[in-house]
Design a protein around this ligand. Structure first.
Ligand code: ATP
Ligand code: MG
Length: 577
């Protein structure tokens, strides 16, 4: 047992025990099986980290499989986006597969089930099927078509496959038990007729396998050993097992001939399904359907809007992939449903960026400040460390002249108690430059402060005798003559309430959108940021962590997103102070 295989959760315990006992030949094969009907979100990252993490730590493999059995909802755009997101998160799949790669195998397996008397073609309408199904307390009734002969079933199913029947007119159903306590076992549908163009197979198939059937057999086809899924599939496990056992791919090699002919690696197995609790975060919604609605209703600027909980959204927002991984690692895996505070994720982002982001100075709400005791053409370069805790980041030279920008909120004409920054007649330290005193406050005709006239104590500059003199406050600044103008996008949470999904008060998540979730301002940055690459992350001192926008940032037109503030500004109850 190595550090990485030490069982830290019940799934790892199972995998470890199976490996020790030689079950599945001691091998570990997992898969991440998204449906390509939208972009991945933070919840999916939990499953990705779990599946790829176990494969990595137990010297196994993990496939990326697109569970594409709903042709009308799926799209190659989503396939591409999902691939990119998994790579961004830092994982590499063993093989990429589509459930649709297996349509021929699944079809042949269905013919075998029919031949074995374990499946039948049913002509009941969807509504009738519901009526016959029974309830939690009442057994269902057998379909009048249940006793069709094998010959008739084979003929009808082949004609379904040939496209002879209308959508919805027939289904292929497993013959299990209409009185089973578990409703999923009451002769569930295995195939439906759907004449729709499929994102991978085009118009080749007028029938499509149902999720439970396709999923169980896809796992078996790929030789998946541990099929990890979320708790809502617990009740489906008996059906999963029924499909695996009754088709029995390992004992029926002829069923997989089409894969062998296509040159695909084929070594089917008997997978075991294990369920774990979904990951949930407060202040957000995490269902592709709802995220899709935000996009199509124009409430956000697309799937990768930096306020979206999609992986492409948090990436554009500037969350490091390592922070997302650490977050789910710390959250752990269990069978207990819970909701994690969004602030916990933001703290992982802060931890990661504190270590990895170089420091710079920037002003996002500028107020002009002039140092009147310096010559008008005074110009100096000051030396700054790029990271206060890590010398490996090196140092940089920052231009300093008598015209500066400071943050408007660092000055108060009538200070409140405890305000230690700049006030009329008061002193403050300009970060790395020396101590200044505010002599004059210039206002425009409306009374708005537009300029501060100050003097620099030249004895307090770095290297001078009085450099250590203490004043209470230190503020940051940007040299106005060399500053780089930038668009700065300040993001906040997309929802105002902790549980936007709660509709008990008749409201929907649409009603809880935070109207102030994005503010765009013009800021001034240290000139050196002109060379910042798209997607590079920085700490703007005292303001937070920022990232050069991966889409809109250009050297001549810099655009920075605020990733997260330096401290959490939301309290537990969710109210903004
Ligand atoms: P959604 O309802 O958001 O569309 P889904 O479960 O339908 O989610 P899939 O594409 O089917 O989305 O999911 C792929 C895999 O990711 C599945 O194994 C699913 O269980 C897992 N998954 C989805 N959401 C979460 C979550 N919040 N936490 C953990 N795993 C998740
Ligand atoms: Mg799904």
């Amino acid at each position: 047992m190595t550090d990485s295989t030490t069982p830290t959760n019940f799934i790892r315990q199972i995998v470890l025990a199976d490996q020790a006992s030689g079950k599945h030949g001691g091998e570990v094969r997992t898969r991440f099986p998204p449906e390509p009907n939208g972009y991945l979100h933070l919840g999916h990252a939990k499953s990705i980290c779990l599946n790829f993490g176990i494969a990595r730590d137990f010297a196994g493999t993990c496939n990326l499989r697109f569970d594409d059995t709903n042709p009308t909802r799926e799209d190659p755009e989503f396939v591409e986006a999902i691939r990119n997101d998994v790579i961004w998160l830092g994982f590499t799949w063993h093989e990429q597969r589509h459930a649709s790669d297996y349509f021929e195998v699944l079809y042949r397996a269905a013919l075998k089930l029919i031949a074995d008397g374990k499946a039948f073609v049913c002509d009941l309408s969807a509504e009738q099927v519901r009526e016959y199904r029974g309830t939690l307390t009442e057994a269902g009734r057998n379909s009048p078509y249940r006793e069709r002969s094998v010959e008739e079933n084979l003929d009808l199913f082949q004609r379904m496959r040939n496209g002879e029947f209308a959508d919805g007119s027939r289904t292929l159903r497993a013959k299990i038990d209409m009185s089973a306590g578990n409703i999923n076992l009451r002769d569930p549908a295995l195939y439906r007729i759907r004449k729709a163009t499929h994102q991978n197979t085009g118009d080749a198939w007028p029938i499509y396998p149902m999720y439970d059937y396709a999923h169980a057999l896809s796992d078996a086809i790929e030789g998946i050993t541990h099929s990890l899924c979320t708790l809502e599939f617990e009740d489906h496990r008996p059906l999963y097992d029924w499909c695996v056992e009754n088709v029995d791919l390992p004992a029926n090699p002829q069923l997989g001939e089409s894969l062998v002919a296509a040159g695909l690696h084929y070594a089917p197995g008997r997978p075991r399904q294990i369920e774990f609790a979904r990951g949930n975060l407060d202040f957000t919604v995490m269902s592709k359907r709802k995220l899709m609605a935000l996009v199509t209703d124009g409430l956000v600027d697309g799937w990768d809007d930096p306020r979206m909980p999609t992986l492409s959204g948090v990436r554009r927002r500037g969350f490091p992939a390592a922070a997302v991984r650490t977050f789910w690692e710390r959250a752990g895996i269990s069978k207990q449903n819970s909701v994690i505070e969004y602030g916990v994720l933001e703290n992982c982002v802060r931890d990661e960026l504190d270590a990895s982001a170089p420091r710079r100075m920037a002003v996002i709400d500028p107020l002009r400040l002039v140092l009147t005791n310096l010559a008008a053409d005074h110009s100096a370069v000051l030396d700054f460390p790029n990271h206060p805790k890590n010398e490996d980041f090196g140092r940089r030279q920052v231009r300093f002249s008598p015209e500066l920008w400071i943050e408007r909120e660092d000055f108060m004409e009538t200070p409140v108690k405890g305000f230690h920054r700049l006030v009329p007649g008061g002193e403050v330290r300009l970060r790395g430059a020396g101590i200044i005193r505010c002599d004059d406050v210039i206002k425009d005709t409306s009374g708005q402060v537009i300029e501060l006239r100050c003097t620099l104590d030249e004895q307090s500059t770095p290297g001078s005798a009085g450099a250590d003199r203490k004043v209470k406050g230190t503020i940051h600044w940007v040299d106005a003559r060399s500053a780089l103008a930038a668009e700065v996008r300040l993001f906040d949470r997309l929802f105002k309430v902790a549980d936007p999904d709660d509709d008990s008060d008749g409201k929907s998540y649409h009603d809880h959108l935070n109207a102030d979730s994005r503010r765009i301002v013009k800021g001034w940055l240290e000139a050196g940021l002109a060379g910042a690459a798209a997607e590079s992350s920085w700490q703007f001192e005292r303001l937070g962590y920022f990232v050069a926008d991966r889409v809109d940032h250009q050297p001549k037109r810099p655009v920075f997103n605020r990733v997260v503030t330096l401290r959490d500004t939301w309290n537990k109850a969710g109210a903004k102070p």
